[in-house]
Design a protein around this ligand. Structure first.
Ligand code: PLP
Length: 431
């Protein structure tokens, strides 16, 4: 029956009220309404800098590609652009947004899958580096254009992740090119006249241990060695993808970033020397690691419902706003933003407003005694939160706010009913 503990120091308890980067969550909810995503600029910068500085201790040619899919809001992209981040884009739309945020094409790597020819044309015109996912894509690209620089995504046969849906390498994965075809892919690119080549993997998401990264990296470096030996290719970069996890559950330990950097870069340096691979850039593509714990989702309690079996808290955010609990069975810490000093004494299920029995954000949570009107803060909601939200049940998407040292700014307006009909047309014969 203790009061609430907060996992990050940019979240503060001021007389029982949750503050984020010096701003009261109660005030934000009143001004901007709920549901509301709130992101801490300082925390995003801190996460990026911590990772870069740790990697730079071990090797000077480092590139961090922020994986935009975790949060594509322009303000977030702009923050990372100003930090010197590179960008991992997985759709032409993400390339478009990256340009809007000021990224130069040299700093963008496009990693798509099932890519259409018109999308390839868009990427060629955009002058970004394309990371090839299949022989089909490579053949179609080379027919359209011979790029100066190209990368190939390899399936290193080692996958990992917090849920089956986010494991992106191994036998069941649709991603990357199998080892048996990799040589052929590089031969095609080289013979076509591509000058600079990279090699890439991404094994999955939400990985909290170092072992899977090391196993897959070892495999990728062996493949790089074979390609170098057979085709004489000197890689401009070797990209180990994203997947660096962040703890969500109270008993999960954070990924040891110092050790991750040390082990990965020691392996990298040993192998590039042993295999005579020159001095390529060491690249990684974190998304979650950069933005996850920088964001919270505020949602207001509108209903309390007690059945013989359960106590439900009805809130205004459902899986239209945050899909992770439903899609991946994910756990997000939840605190009562206006009752941080109250003892946690009741067990509740937190239910969203959608007409779906699966619309449950949390089961069996020990929380302070809840009243209608209370404000919940769902923590670690900065990654794959807004970017995976939808208008399901015809609920307009919510707003996003950025906070910094006591200041706040709206970075995305709440949608209106008109947004539900935008682009829709009624055929003449129905009028
Ligand atoms: N790179 C690629 C190619 C991805 O597909 C993803 C996520 O799916 C990432 C990087 C980022 O993953 P994470 O947010 O787990 O770091």
């Amino acid at each position: 029956m203790s009061s609430t503990t907060l996992p990050h120091n940019y979240l503060e308890n001021k007389s029982g009220v949750l503050y984020i980067d010096g701003v009261s969550t109660i005030k934000l909810a009143e001004i901007f309404d709920t549901p509301l995503y709130v992101l801490s600029e300082n925390r995003i910068r801190e996460n990026f800098r911590r990772l870069r500085e740790t990697l730079l201790k071990h090797y000077e040619k480092i590139r961090i590609y922020y994986s935009a899919k975790a949060n594509t809001s322009l303000a977030v992209l702009k923050i990372l652009e100003s930090e010197g981040s590179y960008l991992d884009a997985v759709s032409p739309g993400e390339v478009f947004l990256a340009f809007k945020a000021g990224f130069q094409p040299e700093r963008i790597l496009f990693t798509g899958t099932s890519v259409r020819d018109d999308e390839l044309k868009f990427l060629i015109d955009s002058n970004v580096t394309i990371n090839i996912d299949s022989l089909s894509q490579l053949k179609r690209l080379l027919k359209l254009h011979i790029p100066e620089k190209l990368s190939i995504r390899v399936n290193p046969e080692v996958g990992a992740g917090h849920h089956e849906h986010v494991i992106t390498a191994g036998k069941n994965s649709k991603f990357g090119i199998w080892e048996a075809d990799v040589l052929e892919a590089y031969r095609m690119a080289k013979n076509a006249g591509v000058k600079q080549l990279g090699i890439h993997m991404h094994i999955g998401s939400g990985i909290l241990t170092i072992k899977p990264f090391l196993l897959a990296a070892k495999k990728l470096l062996e493949i790089a060695c074979k390609i170098h030996e057979k085709l004489g290719i000197n890689f401009e970069f070797i990209d180990f993808g994203g997947g660096l996890g962040v703890p969500y559950k109270p008993d999960e330990k954070p990924l040891d970033v110092e050790r991750f950097a040390e082990r990965m870069l020691n392996l990298f340096k040993d192998k590039i020397k042993e295999y005579d691979l020159g001095k390529p850039f060491f690249c990684i593509e974190p998304g979650r690691f950069i933005v996850c714990d920088a964001g919270i989702l505020l949602t207001r309690v509108n209903t309390l419902k007690v059945t013989p079996f359960k106590k439900f808290i009805g809130v205004d955010a459902g899986f239209n706003t945050l899909i992770r609990p439903v899609m991946y069975g994910s756990y997000h810490p939840i605190v009562v933003a206006n009752k941080l000093n109250a003892p946690e004494e009741e067990v509740y299920d937190v239910a969203g407003p959608l007409c779906e029995s699966g619309d449950i954000l949390a089961r069996d949570r020990l929380l302070p005694k809840i009243s209608e009107g209370d404000l919940l803060a769902i923590l670690n909601a900065g990654a794959y939160g807004f970017s995976m939200s939808s208008q399901y049940n015809s609920r307009p998407r919510c707003a996003e706010v950025l906070v910094r040292n006591g200041e706040y700014a709206l970075i995305r307006e709440k949608e209106k009913f008109e947004d539900l009909v935008r682009g829709q047309k009624i055929p003449q014969w129905l009028n």
